[in-house]
Write a protein that binds this ligand. Structure first.
Ligand SMILES: Nc1ncnc2c1ncn2[C@@H]1O[C@H](COP(=O)(O)OP(=O)(O)OP(=O)(O)O)[C@@H](O)[C@H]1O
Ligand SMILES: [Mg+2]
Length: 264
């Protein structure tokens, strides 16, 4: 039989053990919460950093694009207008006007004027394809695929099946630029000979399946993260409240699935 003293000690030890275990549980709980918070914070920091990188890339792309447009206007329009003005100034001179050179000078000015006009048209088409503005996304995709189909040894297969007005007019340019960049990459980097673009509809989602049979690449390799094109695609996908999955490996071509919300 246990005497009172022993019972007292057993109860005390029992309580002690329970107390110790309770402290242990509390410490473990607090510690794991801290770990979870830390992980969550790290995740948020990474997400923020990623978004910051994406924003930087978008701004950089914009600046690069502006610089290119400025250069194009300067070299291909302004400089030609300059020559025309110089020729017109020459023609102001009575002697020159009466000379045999007058016809030649005005013909030259006319030719340069037509070239400046042609260049200005090309620059503005680059900024906003008129077919997109006038006839919509389907026609614009048709046109760009036709353009790429003129490249020797390349076949671009596509079938546009998205419902009319599935993407707001102001957002169609993003889909167009995404496809344009993918096509450019397939030709420039993949040397693809076959590209297929499938447009599908799945409930509230629109899917775009892009594949090429080119060289492929390792999307996880940081070497391939130096360009702006893919980052630009990503920010346009975000603008369309979409997401995208790239599947590619060297030698296996490229397979990109993009999912957008209808009329997001
Ligand atoms: N279809 C593709 N086939 C093979 N490699 C590709 C393809 N698309 C992208 N890549 C690889 O991914 C890299 C990043 O592409 P991204 O479009 O971001 O940049 P870039 O084309 O090199 O330059 P930028 O688009 O800024 O002019 C490319 O340099 C290339 O190595
Ligand atoms: Mg590119």
């Amino acid at each position: 039989m246990l005497d009172e003293n022993e019972i007292f000690w057993y109860i005390t030890i029992g309580f002690g053990v329970i107390f110790f275990l309770a402290i242990l549980v509390i410490v473990f709980f607090l510690f794991s919460r801290k770990q979870i918070f830390k992980k969550e914070l790290e995740k948020q920091t990474l997400k923020l950093k990623y978004q910051e990188d994406l924003l930087k890339a978008t701004i950089l792309t914009q600046e690069k694009e502006r610089a290119r447009i400025a250069r194009d206007i300067h070299d291909e329009v302004s400089s030609k207008l300059n020559v025309i003005v110089l020729n017109m100034n020459l023609l102001q001179d009575e002697d020159v006007r009466k000379s045999s050179r007058a016809g030649e000078i005005s013909l030259k000015a006319k030719e340069i004027g037509s070239r400046a006009l042609e260049n200005a048209r090309r620059i503005s088409h680059d900024l906003l394809p008129p077919v997109l503005e006038g006839f919509g996304l389907e026609a614009a995709i048709e046109e760009i695929c036709d353009e790429f189909n003129t490249i020797d040894g390349l076949k671009v297969k596509h079938a546009y099946t998205w419902p009319q007005d599935a993407i707001e007019k102001t957002r169609q340019i993003h889909v167009y630029r995404i496809i344009q960049e993918m096509l450019n990459n397939s030709v420039r980097h993949g040397q693809a000979t076959l590209i297929t673009i499938k447009f599908d509809e799945d409930g509230n989602n629109l899917t775009l399946l892009y594949t090429d049979n080119g060289k492929g690449f390792d999307a996880a390799d940081p070497e391939n993260a130096n360009g702006l094109g893919m980052k630009n695609i990503e920010s346009r996908v975000n603008l369309l409240s979409g997401r995208w999955i790239i599947n590619s490996s060297p030698g296996k071509g490229v397979h990109i699935q993009t999912i957008f919300k209808k009329q997001a």
